[in-house]
Write a protein of this length. Structure first.
Length: 552
């Protein structure tokens, strides 16, 4: 059927068939949004069935069910969130296409005149003239009681965003700080490796977002749709705006599960797992315990990714369990790494290779996972000699990662899509009152929670300097930490900065970073989670106070 174009990034349609989904993929669409509640009429495909059809074509999918004539502001916010989260162009559908068009128009109200939205819909064959009062109301009175302006707006309520908010408020309690974050839960993601190794309970890695917002900060539970740095404003998905004197962008990194053909529909079953997701990290440990023989594959995609050592951590902890239970000799372990080296800092490679030898791991470099057939238990890799398909009994997948789409398409992004900042000051290279940090920043170093812990105080000090009309003086040295869990009870504590420079936090007589040690394990398993929840997110900068520029 012909799809109706609303914008270059969004088209709408009546109910899709399997053939229509295939046609959408051929036409270049990257995602589908289903705006129908399940069971709306007899014979209607369910959202789960449509998601499977979309996944089979490599398309993203979101279900935003709405009832005709009863579209709520919450429906509009969910639609706006789906449009921002999915890679476009997107095809949305309902029974006739009218609801999808209505939802789109309401997401744009506040940023485009009602006449323009009605005319665009009419051009696609949909009459929205009856919607005019609501479109015009949203133009003048955005939904929800939200602040029009704040001293500091922080986009992202993850590790980097909340640590920065806490550091700012520790320095100046009179600041009006707003955190914009759509999720209602907050995760301690470094703990998921330990969940996959049977050390942590996954429930202990998650808390309600409301409980970790720093005292004195205000939380807007919404998603950002766009940045307007020339006006010192961010646009929310419902069309409302929040102004600022200074902006901190800490959006994290996007896990691109759909970039691997067949992965979304099989993840969490058929022996396919990943420690990069809250829901599947426990499945890793389940698979490890059950595997008594066969082939176990572990993958690492091209950089940049969250914690470059995490794919190996999953492998080493799994191998250690198999070694302790006497089954490792019957398991063929392979590490498929898209890169050309085991680890990017050379000093840590020899001790890691000792464990590769101990566990009998087959290293496959320049080997990138491109497809997974869960029911068939096969994985396909792109290698220098061509594509290779291998059978598996278990596969741990590290997903490809990219900058969040709403950042990548913004005026704040560099060519790679990340927030374009000076690597030392973390100040935006074109907008002096904008700062970026965390996994969504452009700094050329490891994307780790430890990096965010060191970056937050630098941003706090430099932002306050800018608000006071002074130049930034605090300096970030690129510090990042990767506690490599090479076996249960021992960790290789890799700490390094820009250019691979070793930056140990402790004297070598306490912790020698190039040697696996019990004390490093206790640091990760016992101390770091407590430090995260009780220090980093509360502005207590234990061993994280920023350095300063040398006086000229």
């Amino acid at each position: 059927m012909p799809f109706k174009v609303l914008t270059p990034s969004l088209s709408v349609s009546p109910q899709l068939t399997e053939a229509d989904v295939a046609q959408a993929a051929r036409d270049g669409f990257r995602a589908i949004i289903d705006n129908r509640p399940d069971g709306e009429e007899p014979g209607q495909p369910t959202a789960a069935e449509m998601k499977a059809l979309a996944a089979a074509q490599g398309l993203g999918f979101a279900h935003v069910p709405t009832v005709g004539g009863k579209i709520t502001d919450e429906d509009v916010a969910l639609m706006a969130h789906a449009l921002a989260d999915l890679e476009g162009p997107v095809l949305a559908y309902c029974r006739t296409g009218t609801r999808s068009t209505t939802l789109w128009a309401l997401t744009r109200a506040g940023t485009e005149p009602a006449d323009t939205l009605i005319a665009t819909a009419a051009g696609a064959g949909y009459d929205l003239t009856g919607l005019r009062p609501r479109l015009e109301t949203r133009m003048t009175a955005p939904t929800g009681a939200r602040p029009e302006r704040a001293d500091v707006v922080i986009v992202g309520g993850g590790s980097a965003g909340l640590a920065t908010a806490a550091s700012l408020l520790e320095r100046d309690r009179d600041l009006d700080v707003v955190v914009i974050e759509p999720r209602d839960t907050h995760d301690y993601q470094p703990g998921w490796t330990m969940v996959g190794g049977g050390v942590f309970d996954v429930k202990d890695t998650r808390r309600a977002e409301a409980t970790v917002i720093p005292a004195g900060a205000r939380w807007i539970r919404a998603a950002v749709a766009a940045f307007m740095p020339d006006r010192d404003e961010v646009v929310l998905e419902d069309g409302s705006t929040v102004g600022y004197r200074a902006l901190v962008v800490a959006p994290g990194n996007t896990l691109d599960w759909a970039a691997i053909d067949g992965l979304p529909e099989t993840l969490g079953q058929n022996g396919v797992t990943s420690n990069y997701r809250y829901e599947t990290a426990p499945y890793t440990w389940e698979l490890v315990q059950k595997l008594r023989g066969g082939t176990a594959l572990f993958t690492q995609p091209p950089m940049p990714i969250k914690c470059a050592g995490a794919p190996q951590k999953a492998m080493y902890l799994s191998c250690d369990h198999w070694l302790r239970t006497g089954v490792l000799k019957d398991i063929d372990v392979r590490f498929h790494n898209a890169g050309a080296v085991l680890f990017g800092v050379k000093e840590f490679v020899p001790p890691l290779m000792d464990y590769v030898g101990r566990y009998g791991i087959d290293l496959q470099f320049e080997s990138t996972l491109i497809a997974v057939d869960g029911p068939g238990r096969t994985a396909t890799f792109r290698e220098t000699a061509g594509e290779v398909t291998r059978a598996f009994d278990m596969i741990h997948v590290t997903p490809p990662q990219k900058a969040p789409p709403f950042v990548a398409r913004s005026p704040l992004a560099n060519e790679a899509g990340y927030v374009d900042v000076d690597p030392a000051s973390l100040q935006h290279v074109r907008h002096a009152n904008v700062f970026g940090l965390g996994d969504g920043g452009s700094t050329p170093n490891a994307k780790t929670m430890a990096a965010a812990r060191k970056q937050a105080p630098v941003v706090a000090e430099n932002l306050l300097s800018v608000l006071a009309g002074k130049p930034p003086t605090a300096v970030y040295d690129g510090y990042g930490s990767c506690p490599l869990t090479v076996e249960r009870g021992k960790i290789l504590l890799a700490e390094f900065g820009y250019g691979g420079k070793l930056l140990p936090s402790f004297p070598s007589w306490i912790i020698e970073g190039t040697k696996p040690q019990r004390l490093s394990w206790l640091l990760k398993s016992e101390a770091l989670p407590w430090i995260y929840w009780n220090c980093m997110l509360k502005g207590h900068e234990w061993m994280a106070h920023p350095g300063q520029r040398d006086a000229a």
